[in-house]
Design a protein around this ligand. Structure first.
Ligand SMILES: C=CC1=C(C)c2cc3[nH]c(cc4nc(cc5[nH]c(cc1n2)c(C)c5CCC(=O)O)C(CCC(=O)O)=C4C)c(C)c3C=C
Ligand SMILES: [Fe+2]
Ligand SMILES: [Fe+2]
Length: 355
């Protein structure tokens, strides 16, 4: 009994369950310097760029980091708000909303922290806050519905690297993907139907996912298949015939072949072939960010309208909508259900003289 606080690891306010929400991350400011710092960290990740290190280092520092930051900073300036980068603002709203939902369900037994894979708040700092809260159990929840080595795999690397400096590790679980979770699919369907209730139905619905180099897929990354399953389940739920929707991949970087068909080329082809109205939804992004607001909301809209399209609508991400937050709270609870009853709870029963 004397040692119960030392050995105990209950989910209660003394030792809450730690939930680490993770997304990709974003520059600290929409400036060339801040964007260069962010890209240098991002593009040095061997999960993101698999090219041999010495060769890649020369290309990255000799060319990319001299040219791209200025261009990307301009794009970031067009989406930046008073609160900062949309990705960070929305991720913070998600962390707060998830904390509130879990507090309502489990009263003080869970602490949610937000960490970004690249940039701030860092994964190291988020884990330190959880350690300060004396967590003994940790659920890592990367906000990537579809698994890819480039995102989910890289997040795993960063978390385990940070934990390598902890003397007393918590029990750890790591959510791998949730691309076919019924509640995630339902939330997407609800989001699209709500948009259609206001805007009417388009001739075509495009599911645009962030791409990855084609070689990563050929070498076994399951991302491509999981994107296809998400899109199929959502289109089935909407009752859309096969010829009214299409999955495409956006955001390619460099000259390699990426997953196809490409979002920009497909929109131009559709406009040229007489399709007049299109809505685009991006189910792979849990939060709106540069790649959705600027690339899909602005750049690709321009391509479609310039090629002869007449109506283009971008359907926002799930962000902190109630259906999304409810789904994430359920996911946390289901992923932590199997954790056995805590010794503290059991000793408390003993102290009450019941057992
Ligand atoms: C060059 C390789 C890249 C791979 C592989 C890649 C995969 C990948 N990315 C996301 C999600 C996001 N990417 C975002 C921005 C972004 N992505 C890359 C490159 C790769 N991504 C770059 C260089 C950038 C920065 C912007 C630019 O310079 O063009 C973002 C948005 C970040 C923000 O601040 O808003 C997200 C989110 C996924 C899901 C993915 C693989 C599945
Ligand atoms: Fe990306
Ligand atoms: Fe982009």
């Amino acid at each position: 009994m004397k040692f119960q606080n030392v050995i105990g690891f209950a989910h209660d306010s003394a030792h809450p369950l730690g939930v680490l929400l993770i997304n990709l991350g974003t520059p600290d400011a929409p400036t060339k310097t801040a964007v260069r710092r962010y890209l240098a960290e991002f593009l040095a990740d061997p999960r993101v760029i698999e090219a041999p290190r010495s060769l890649w280092w020369l290309i990255l520092h000799g060319f990319i980091l001299r040219v791209r930051p200025a261009r990307s900073a301009k794009a970031y300036q067009s989406v930046w708000t008073e609160e900062g980068s949309p990705l960070l603002t929305i991720s913070r709203q998600q962390a707060t909303a998830l904390q509130e939902r879990l507090d309502n369900r489990l009263a003080g037994a869970v602490q949610v922290e937000l960490g970004m894979r690249y940039g701030n708040p860092s994964i190291v700092s988020a884990l330190e806050r959880l350690r300060d809260a004396s967590i003994r159990r940790l659920l890592v929840l990367p906000l990537y519905p579809q698994y890819s080595g480039t995102t989910t795999g890289s997040t795993f690397d960063a978390v385990t690297r940070a934990l390598a400096n902890w003397r007393w590790l918590p029990e750890v679980r790591f959510v791998n993907q949730y691309h076919d979770e019924p509640a995630y699919i339902r939330a997407l369907i609800e989001r699209i139907r709500a948009y259609w209730a206001e805007q009417g139905e388009p001739q075509r619905l495009m599911f645009s996912f962030h791409g990855i180099p084609k070689d990563y897929f050929l070498n076994g990354d399951p991302y491509h298949c999981q994107c296809h399953k998400t899109a199929r389940l959502v289109s089935e739920g909407l009752g859309l015939p096969r010829d009214r929707w299409q999955l495409t991949f956006q955001s390619r970087v460099g000259n390699m072949e990426w997953l196809k068909p490409y979002t920009d080329e497909t929109l131009k082809e559709w406009a040229a072939s007489g399709i007049e109205s299109v809505h685009v939804v991006c189910p792979g992004f849990a939060a709106d960010c540069l790649e959705t607001i600027e690339e899909i909301g602005e750049e690709n809209r321009r391509y479609f309208l310039e090629a002869g399209g007449r109506h283009y609508g971008y359907i926002p991400c799930l962000n902190d909508t109630p259906a999304h937050m409810e789904m994430l709270a359920d996911l946390v609870q289901r992923h932590t259900l199997g954790w056995p009853e805590s010794p503290v709870a059991i000793t408390r029963v003993a102290a009450d003289g019941v057992a």
